[in-house]
Design a protein around this ligand. Structure first.
Ligand code: COA
Length: 326
């Protein structure tokens, strides 16, 4: 027994920042950003906290799944950094959601959603949970250098969530982690220990070209591998929800597999790269718009700092499971 997705939710900050807004204080322009990345605008936290955003996404997913917070057995909150180092985002946002079950922060960078799905799969398989919640919440606007045009234009803030119940959704799931401290990194500041050298920390630093090449080949490899493991062909997968980091990455992976563009929905145009939140945010948009049918095959694939990657092929069985459990 593994899981099925019973409901989805998401939340984004109210503040919209367009490419034109960025060109006021950065040496950039709409033409460069949209042709090189596909991004037109992103959302940025202003008055809201990340906890607000995470709790709102959780509430919407719970309502969609018709599950009460008190029924949850475990919550995984994925984030690069919560509002405070401690208490964790888990403690703060769980409290806001009215849940009292154990909860854990997961940091697997942009692949956090897939790592959380794998942990959830193990909980369901071990019979340790009947209802779980995963919330991916990211405040990238706090991690990028707003004077660096090569990174600031790429990211945005958002939260996406899924409620899980017992089911047979995942057909194949694969995670990888390798140590690469050069291509995508943000350093934390050191403390003021008199016994160690001081370092001020850094915003996001990235070698975009290397990450681009790595991303395209890891997505292609995972699609071929997981489809083979599950005994389906890539042509049989109805929708590919890929990490929304760059439209050209998605396009390059799609071309390598020679698959039709309509199988690769995107919303990077409106949100940019929201790290671990991109896939659940896109999933929620599609589910709410009625664009996913029961029984369809979905493929999630993400990559990011670490380098860590995660992919999952699953059968969408959200709403029939919800009816069964009602
Ligand atoms: C970052 C990325 C968009 C850069 O696109 P690219 O086509 O590789 O562009 P390059 O880095 O080669 O830069 C090309 C030129 O554009 C310039 N440039 C970079 N950012 C710019 C911006 N925002 N506006 C205008 N010009 C910009 C560069 O300075 C460079 O100028 P030069 O030729 O005079 O040196 C692309 O490499 C990418 O998306 N990589 C993957 C990043 C990613 O996914 N990260 C998240 C992982 S979770």
């Amino acid at each position: 027994m593994a899981f099925s997705i019973l409901g989805t939710g998401s939340a984004v900050p109210a503040k919209v920042v367009t490419n034109a807004d960025l060109s006021v204080f950065l040496d950039t322009n709409d033409e460069w950003i949209s042709t090189r990345t596909g991004i037109s605008e992103r959302r940025v936290l202003t008055a809201e906290s990340l906890t607000d955003l995470a709790a709102a996404a959780a509430e919407r997913a719970l309502a969609a799944a018709n599950v009460h917070a008190a029924e949850l057995d475990f919550i995984l909150w994925t984030t690069l950094r919560g509002d405070q180092l401690f208490p964790s985002l888990s403690s703060r946002a769980s409290g806001r959601s009215g849940a009292s079950c154990p909860a854990l922060d997961v940091n697997a960078a942009c692949s956090g959603f897939l790592f959380a799905l794998d942990v959830a799969r193990a909980y369901f398989a071990a019979g340790l949970a009947k209802r779980m919640l995963i919330v991916c919440a990211e405040a990238m606007s706090r991690l990028v250098d707003w004077t660096d045009r090569s990174t600031a234009v790429l990211f945005g803030d958002a939260a996406g969530a899924v409620v899980l119940g017992p089911g047979e959704g995942p057909l194949a799931l694969r995670l990888t982690t390798m140590c690469n401290e050069e291509w995508l990194v943000a350093d934390v500041p050191s403390g003021n220990s008199p016994f160690a050298p001081y370092s001020p920390g850094s915003f996001v630093k990235m070698n975009g070209r290397e990450v681009f090449k790595f991303a395209v080949s890891s997505i292609e490899k995972d699609i071929r591998l997981l489809c083979e493991q599950a005994g389906v062909s890539p042509e049989e997968v109805d929708l590919y929800l890929l990490h929304q980091a760059n439209l050209r990455i998605i396009e390059a992976a799609r071309e390598r597999l020679n698959l039709p563009p309509e199988r690769f929905p995107t919303n990077i145009q409106r949100y940019g790269n929201t790290s671990s939140a991109t896939i659940p945010l896109l999933l929620d948009e599609l589910a709410r718009a009625g664009k996913i049918q029961n029984g369809q095959l979905l493929f999630f694939s993400a990559f990011g700092a670490g380098l860590a990657t995660g992919s999952c092929l699953l059968r969408w069985e959200a709403y029939n499971k919800k009816e069964e459990s009602a």
